[in-house]
Design a protein around this ligand. Structure first.
Ligand code: NAP
Ligand code: MG
Length: 401
């Protein structure tokens, strides 16, 4: 059997711990036997990041900007314990943070729907994709614990000396204050990422803020989205028969619960933080989510939404059996391969991505799955497989055609 050809390399970002083990298994069993795989390999494993003073992360992001499509394995974000464990020269920043900043991107997360793992919300028939703005607001805030009576003011001093002052509150006793910001540039690229992704995936998009209360801050988000929609996207949306829908955040929450799914929900930073946990847990598990970082210029980086599954890795190192779910990592590869296929006009590569995804879902639907899914499935008589046997079962299913 001849292997499927590729023309442009994918940027391959290897990672850490259990997901690094799964990464190799997926390549060996599910990709290399079928595809003449072309990748430009970057080892983002923590040891190599340390050896290169994290230059490898920057290089991999630059390669992504050059080629347009990357696939990333989960990576460790160092903390104090990891400093000792890996004898790090420095507490490096999160690779995802570095890459996101360089691509100026937005992350889109979508649950992977499979029969037998039903969402808690019964009317959610189709996936809900959550797009979270990843810059500013309360995540870049400045706070003061007000010790006692006094006046709090908000002051802006322009480079040209302009001064704008607003009184926040005249305190007659202790209290708290907080200052937040965002930039027009960041909100504009968020809007473009979201609206482009809606076009790309041919889905409606919802956006919501609290602009009735926050008449300057949240209202600016609303206006920017509307201006960019009207000027750059309206025609494309009408052509595709999809809709841009703005409403208040509380109305959006109520409507989401009653919806059938099948749309993108764009959220400000805090709303996205909170709502993505609600949506993902209601749909099942982080191991059953796809995650893609999209830049406003149309560069894509696919990854799993979960971490490196450290607890399983330590069991693996001791030679104990693990049953780690590889679905999100497999879908990171299929997402990247399909996108590469679309960009390069390689129908076979796109079709392979579809076949691998459907073989993965059929494996689960036939009752063969990892332990995390066995605990939540409605399927009776399931066979719990270990990490490797689950991937092998998918290969058998894939070879059936
Ligand atoms: P985690 O790796 O997501 O795992 C947390 C727990 O969730 C696991 O112990 C496991 O539960 C369950 N789980 C997650 N993914 C699973 C899978 N594929 N199959 C089965 N069970 C799964 O989060 P963490 O342990 O908090 O973080 C570990 C490392 O990952 C950290 O160093 C962190 O910096 C990094 N991280 C990376 C990314 C990324 O690169 N995108 C994202 C988040 C975290 P049980 O133990 O109960 O089986
Ligand atoms: Mg959260």
């Amino acid at each position: 059997m001849s292997k499927i050809a590729m023309t442009t390399p994918l940027v391959e970002m290897d990672g850490d711990e259990m997901t690094r083990i799964l990464w190799q298994m997926i390549k060996d069993e599910l990709l290399l036997p079928f595809i003449d795989l072309k990748t430009e390999y970057y080892d983002l494993g923590l040891e190599h990041r340390n050896e290169t003073n994290d230059q490898v992360t920057v290089d991999s992001a630059n390669a992504t900007l050059k080629y347009g499509v990357a696939v990333k394995c989960a990576t460790i974000t160092p903390n104090a314990a990891r400093m000792d464990e890996y004898k790090l020269k420095k507490m490096y920043k999160s690779p995802n943070g570095t890459i996101r900043a360089m691509l100026d991107g937005t992350v889109f997360r979508t649950p992977i729907i499979v029969k037998g793992i039903e969402p808690c919300v019964r009317n959610w028939e189709k996936p809900i994709t959550l797009a979270r703005h990843a810059y500013g607001d309360v995540y870049k805030n400045v706070e003061i614990a007000v010790p006692g009576a006094g006046k709090a003011e908000l002051v802006f001093t322009g480079e040209d000396g302009t001064k704008i002052t607003e009184t926040i509150h005249e305190f007659d006793g202790p209290g708290i204050i907080q200052g937040m910001h965002n930039t027009v540039k960041s909100i504009e690229s968020f809007a473009r990422c979201c609206l482009s992704y809606a076009v790309d995936t041919k889905q409606d998009i919802w956006f919501a803020t609290k602009d009735t209360i926050s008449k300057k801050y949240d209202h600016r988000f609303k206006d920017i989205f509307m201006e960019i929609y009207e000027e750059e996207y309206k025609d494309k949306f009408e052509e595709l028969g999809i809709e841009y829908f703005y409403t208040l955040i509380d109305d959006a929450v109520a409507r989401v619960m009653k919806s059938k799914g099948g749309f993108i929900w764009a959220c400000k930073n805090y709303d996205g933080d909170v709502m993505s946990d609600m949506v993902s847990s209601a749909f099942g598990s982080l191991a059953m989510m796809t995650s893609v970082l999209v830049s406003p210029t149309g560069v894509y980086e696919y990854e799993a939404a979960h971490g490196t599954v450290q607890r399983h890795y330590y069991k693996y190192l001791k030679g104990e059996e693990t049953s780690t779910n590889s679905v999100a990592t497999i879908f990171a590869w299929t997402g990247a391969l399909r996108k590469r296929g679309e960009l390069d006009g390689l129908k076979d590569l796109c079709a392979f991505a579809d076949r691998l995804e459907s073989a993965t879902l059929r494996t689960i639907e036939s009752g063969r799955m990892t332990k995390d899914l066995a605990l939540i499935t409605s399927i009776k008589d399931v066979t719990v497989l270990n990490s490797m046997d689950f991937i092998k079962a998918i290969r058998t299913e894939l070879e059936k055609g």
